[in-house]
Design a protein around this ligand. Sequence first.
Ligand code: ATP
Ligand code: MG
Length: 743
Amino acid sequence: MNLDNLNKEQKEAATYTEGPLLILAGAGSGKTATMTHRIAYLINQGVSPYSILAVTFTNKAAGEMRNRVEKLVGPCPGMWIMTFHAMSLRILREHYYAAGYDKNFVVYDTVDQKTIIKNIIKAQNIDSKQYPQGYLSAVISKEKEADSDPEHFLETKGENPKTKVIYNVYCEYQRQLKSNNAMDFDDLLVNALHVLRDNPDILAQYQNRFRYIMVDEYQDTNHIQYEIIRMMAQAHQNICVVGDDDQCIYQWRGADIRNILDFEKDFPKAKVVKLEQNYRSSGNILAAAHSVIKNNRGRKTKKLWTEAESGAPIVYKRCDSDKEEAYYIAQEIDILSNNRSYDDFAVLYRTNAQSRLFEDALKRRHIPYQILSGFSFYERKETKDIICYMRLVVNPADDLALKRIINEPKRGMGPTTLGKLEALAKVNNQSLFDTLGQEDVVCSLPAKASKYVKEMMDVLKLCQQEKDNLRISDIYDNLLVKTGYMKALEDENTLEAEGRIENLLDFKSFIYDFEEEKDNAGEKATLEEFLERVATDSDTDKYDDKAGKVTLMTMHSAKGLEFPVVFMPGMEDGLFPGHRALDREDGIEEERRLCYVGMTRAKEKLFLTSASYRVLYGQGDYTRESTFLRELDKSLLDEAGDTIYEPSRRTANRLGVDTGSLDGFSENPPFRPFSYDPLKYAKQAVKDSAAGSGIDFMQGDQVTHGKFGHGIVVDVDAKTVTVAFDEGGTKKLAKGIAPLKKV
Ligand code: ATP
Ligand code: MG
């Protein structure tokens, strides 16, 4: 293996394998690249991939790192490259009993969390003005991040009417999660920590296994994450952490910058390597970022240098309004894209609320974009509904999921009927699913509900039973069609419903991707694992760097990524740095680090913009230029910038088509790219697949199966077909759902 493309310090870090190591370096200095080479080097030295653990900040970063390592040294089965959450989940799957859970526990996301807390507010008659759901969720999450349970919370905060309310909600929230056999995001970390801490034998198992542990983006680990890693590294002490104190941007979520500053204290023999050469950005961009970050006091002084040329000056533009700012940026992209791919551009903003105007402006110019917003596609109503169906296939105890979908589509299960059912389940100490599974209970429902709920239960039971015989996409199609979900949307026959169907089909391509990824890795794609992926994916994981699209995302999500051209809009006091940052002692320093992260994403060109007038959350106001702009070294600015922008009177759009309008805005697209209707086509495919097979099979029939391939029918009865497959043995499959075709 060749380490020659690393510089001296990078090589030193990559080959220093025994004992604790801290790689402390600035943005774009090749930290992630060095860590990747270090893993490859270890394997090349004969270390088994099985004994390597590498923690990254997103699933996507993990996937990329694995790809690069495998390109260098070939396939690495058994190596753990993943996020802290995914790692915790893995540990908990292996030792669920030690955490006090059942095997098939599920992970709840923020939407589920919201629903539960809202229900508790109602049930406990809490004044939601005084204690809004968002507030309660945040407090609970914060406590969990500090590994503090309800009792500990009450003890440390003291008992008063307010803490008592929070205490009660926190207790009930945990109780419900537990009874639904579910964990929320914070629980993953807390429970993993407890399992390792309270079970020396389990801890020893991981300590022995992972002889080499590495953590990227170490500056953003929180206390629990740090504890998990520290414990696991105790036996071998081969821990390498990689980070940049200037890029710590998650303190508000419990990240503890001291983790990085104190690493040398926890591991006194730690070797420290500093990387100071930046390979990403032009000289001007680097100097600009430095002129801002140097105003922070709590940092280890370091200065990056680069061999790259100074490059283009930084462009600053003050626009009259936020709308004009969006117009300006779209226009610049339009011009620059003449000799660049759209992938080259990123618009990095402070809050998701800023994104809409950019979407509008880009749409008008027919510039393709991808938006990574907090409101992710998993949180869309329809995706969420179908995920709940899938969750019930895996974990029937999931009352929250059942309650969500029992009347989606409408099955005559109104709140009163549901209330009665819940009461019954409580008395019998059963899950809703099990309660509904009783014949007499279903029959006692009002006529319409009785019929439709029974149908729904039958589909779910069938999927549960056949789960391991079906591909995830088959299960998906069956749920979508046989529960009546898709039909209900079709019957609505509105544009909105059509949009929802589109989203559901979009989600299916995501399932396909997952199946393909697993196929390529030679692994089985299980529904359980898929749901885990869904629950632990972050925004950045949906970022596609080869989509041929401009990327819109928050600066937080952009961590670790790089783009040739970066726009940073909204450089205004109150927005960036944000108002709330000013209330906290360290607030402005954290915002400044975020500004540094944003600027150092740029390789060749950096644009900063602000608007004199901005509307945010419905409130309009005049603004003042950001503190960070004032700190910026003005000699780096483009002299042509910073003037009032005048919209041009263009009459042609980007394609050179005259649109007849003065500003080039209100144009009709000159052609339609699709001569067929792709939506209709995809819808039919879902239905076909869910239709299973109504054909009557006979002994001796040659068949193919969506998952198991070719085989011969050896037995048939009223409900099942038994097939001997060429590979994978003999399987008994349920008629009507098994994706079987006669050859
Ligand atoms: P960040 O702080 O943003 O996470 P980083 O320190 O992890 O950045 P990388 O992303 O690893 O930096 O590297 C930044 C860029 O520099 C990448 O495009 C990488 O390919 C390139 N690079 C790193 N090391 C070298 C090198 N020795 N020679 C040439 N290019 C390099
Ligand atoms: Mg990095």
